[in-house]
Write a protein that binds this ligand. Sequence first.
Ligand code: SF4
Length: 292
Amino acid sequence: MAYDVCDLVDRSVAAETVIKYKYIVKIQMEAGHITEIFSSFQGEGPYAGKRQIFIRFAGCHFSCFYCDTSSARDPKPRFCNLLLLNKETYSKRNPLSTNAVIDCVKDLLTPDLHSISYTGGEPLTSHSFVKEIATEAKVVMHLKNFIETNGYSATAFASLADSKCFDFASIDIKLMSHRAVEEKDYENLYSNAMDCVKISADRGIETIVKIVVIRNTAVDEIEKLCDDLAGFNSRLKFVLQPVNVNITTQPHLHRAGIVPDIEELFKLSEIAGRILPDVMVLPQVHKFMRIP
Ligand code: SF4
């Protein structure tokens, strides 16, 4: 639970407790919709293989054509699925309180835990809720926090970064060809995502930039993106992630052949490597392990 000490303006405000002269403690209890909570290995980027507790927040405004977590785009699922360490699953009715989420986290603690992953859907759509959970995890439980976001709102991201509760941020920058948003809105999306990267790097958060690569990704687009990133922080990690296609649930994408070939990946990696110091290419390894 997070506490916010504020100047007292009106002593009659309900649910606020006057504690001393001109100060009050306002008890903030956020609640929100979560799709699932589970323990697994990180499947993407430089921390692939690290054990995490994943909190998958509900809702995403985007419509990436390759999205494989479409169930998490529903902003108000009735239930949150909790997968326990003994493999039992059970459902909790949404919305969940911060305390309820923290109780789930406690049930999933393991000795090899690296961090809590705040993922989605899109966690920035629930940023106040995310911040309250992350504060509890960091300040009370002394855990590390890792946010995975599409960076659609620099303002929402800044409110998380300013909490000083996040150790890692993986920011997924969408390309125009991903069709995450309509063409007329792409510039705004790109600029917000870039601002998120800058805010993250400036606040000393370990920053990972991820680009999902589909077949025939424009070389110029990757080059420009890398140029734009080059001034931010030399320590940021840049990941090219070949798109994953699920043959069972996305047969149309499988038939369309959207997975890039190795020559394209070599080329894009070389272009990025000319501009940025820390470049890697990695598919989603958890898909090979058949784990969530
Ligand atoms: S941002 Fe992520 S969750 Fe949202 S539509 Fe794109 S791939 Fe799906």
